[in-house]
Design a protein around this ligand. Structure first.
Ligand SMILES: Nc1nc2c(ncn2[C@@H]2O[C@H](COP(=O)(O)OP(=O)(O)O)[C@@H](O)[C@H]2O)c(=O)[nH]1
Ligand SMILES: [Mg+2]
Length: 489
């Protein structure tokens, strides 16, 4: 298929951008690090802890450049992109350390520039600029839409919504859909209602009990300044994947708006942000999926495959002729590992490795190096062994956030408790054996589910001397070593 006019323009813009970036790179070695993950995965906390650790000299034994003292200084500088909000680092640190609260949730892209002065192994002084870009994983899951027609997207979305537990959540939207005739005249009110019910369905899927991950179009849940615009007012119709809309029909109206969504939302994101990344970390809240149940874990697996496919977007498509994505390292990180006893950290890593294994095998042909880690950017717990009868249970100690409940008891946000969150199996395969592999909240009452993770408050830090205390973490240094260690040789 010959490229369309808009695709040719797109290529020209991309190559102009690549040239500018290349010029800068010559004078000023820069790594653009993308930090993504679905909402609540832990992006804000990860970036805050990473920057805090680098600028304040955190305890990072596995991050070689810092551990061996080759990093002289790291400091923040104004970011290069004027149209992107700055990551609110200082206020997030204050919230975490002084108020012992987690930072408020953010739903937009933001950016921060960190400049690292270091000494090469051969003794020469150098500077590495690290541009950290925080963007919602929901936006990433939109990239495959670039290669799909409205009809393909609609029939895939419908098919997905007809399986349980989604079908259950889609009842109202499906009922409305059954009243629509795709070939009928275009109708703004019907479209508005369809879009509203479809969005409600997407939102219900994100509910904690279900924790479904695979929900494009991402901007329906995070509309930002596009809320209410036509580009966000469409929904799937029940139309064959390989057919075309009659002119003036409801169907044609949906097609037009779907294409507008791609033009207004997806392409600019690809061009201005995604295509310029050098390194990428994808944060995954696997524990939320364990909490919910096997369906959520299966969904997460599909979403991860979708995300990995995004890193191939542009390589096998029209975009690859002029522009080659630069991402050469991708790290998948299971976050909040401090909710598990350390005996389970390797197991958490193994489950994530298993969840991305198929997709990794495909993505490796692209030449990007891929790794998996289980980490806690901020460790909110300590460990203890609690005797229960004759058993000794490996437990974790932490202060549950006010309002969290366990066994009918509500916590006040000030009391420390020991909990046994559940054990991960030695064989990760056991988590993927279908609907009965484990019990989650989606199908079982709270006291019968296999895992129950409480939300803990950030840790109480010990101030000694006048320096600001360092934040405890789990394997954050390993993540850093993989992501930028080679650029600090
Ligand atoms: N215990 C613990 N909780 C975390 C950690 N990182 C994130 N969280 C929890 O996850 C929530 C969402 O994190 P956030 O960074 O705001 O996610 P984002 O939406 O991806 O930016 C926080 O409010 C915390 O409750 C961590 O390292 N340890
Ligand atoms: Mg955030």
């Amino acid at each position: 298929m010959a490229p369309s006019f808009s695709e040719i323009i797109e290529e020209a813009r991309l190559s102009a951008r690549a040239l500018i970036d290349y010029g800068e790179q010559l004078f000023n070695p820069t790594v653009r690090l993308g930090v993504t993950g679905l909402s609540r995965a832990g992006k804000t906390v990860f970036i805050t802890a990473l920057v805090h650790g680098l600028t304040r000299g955190g305890r990072f034994p596995v991050f070689e450049a810092l551990a061996t003292g080759r990093i002289a200084r790291a400091h923040l500088e104004p970011q290069p992109d004027d149209a992107v909000p700055r990551f609110a680092y200082e206020s997030h640190v204050r919230t975490l350390i002084e108020e012992r609260r987690w930072p408020d949730s953010t739903v937009d892209i933001s950016e921060l520039r960190l400049v690292v002065d270091y000494q090469r192994h051969n003794g020469a002084d150098r500077t590495l600029t690290l541009d950290i870009v925080d963007y919602p994983g929901e936006w990433l899951l939109d990239l495959p839409l670039l290669g799909k027609s409205y009809e393909q997207w609609a029939s895939e979305s419908l098919k997905l919504s007809r399986d349980e537990p989604r079908a259950h959540l889609a009842t109202e939207w499906h009922a409305h859909l059954a009243t629509l005739k795709a070939e009928a005249r275009e109708d703004e009110q019907a479209t508005l209602t369809a879009a509203k019910l479809f969005t409600n369905y997407l939102r219900a899927c994100r509910d904690e009990r279900f924790a479904m991950s695979l929900l494009p179009p991402g901007r329906f849940l995070l509309p930002g300044n596009l809320a209410g615009s036509p580009a966000l007012t469409f929904a799937p119709l029940d139309v064959p994947a390989d057919s075309r809309a009659p002119e003036g029909s409801l169907w044609a109206m949906m097609v037009r708006r779907y294409e507008a969504y791609k033009d207004v939302v997806v392409r600019p994101f690809f061009r201005d942000h995604f295509a310029r990344l050098d390194r990428q970390i994808v944060l995954v809240d696997a524990l939320a999926a364990f909490n919910s149940g096997p369906d959520a874990l299966r969904d997460l697996e599909a979403a991860l495959a979708g995300i990995l496919d995004c890193f191939r977007v542009g390589r096998g498509s029209f975009l690859s002729s002029l522009f080659r994505p630069r991402i050469d390292r991708i790290l998948f990180a299971a976050t909040k590992a401090d909710h598990l006893h350390h005996a389970s950290h390797d197991r958490l890593e193994a489950v994530l490795r298993r969840a991305v294994s198929d997709a990794v095998a495909r993505a490796e042909q692209t030449g990007a190096q891929i790794d998996v880690v289980a980490l806690a950017a901020v460790r909110a717990t300590r460990e203890a062994t609690v005797a229960k009868g004759r058993d000794k249970l490996p437990s974790i100690l932490g202060t549950p956030a006010a309002g969290e409940t366990a066994n009918g008891k509500a916590f006040d946000g000030a009391t420390e408790v020991a909990t046994f969150p559940g054990d991960l199996p030695a064989d990760p395969e056991a988590m993927f054996n279908g609907a009965d592999s484990f019990q989650g909240l989606a199908s079982a009452a709270g006291d019968r589910s296999d895992f129950r993770f409480l939300r803990f408050r950030p840790p109480q830090l010990e101030h000694n001397g006048d320096g600001e205390p360092v934040l405890p973490h789990i394997r954050l240094d390993r993540a850093l070593q993989f992501l930028i260690g080679d650029r600090l040789q």
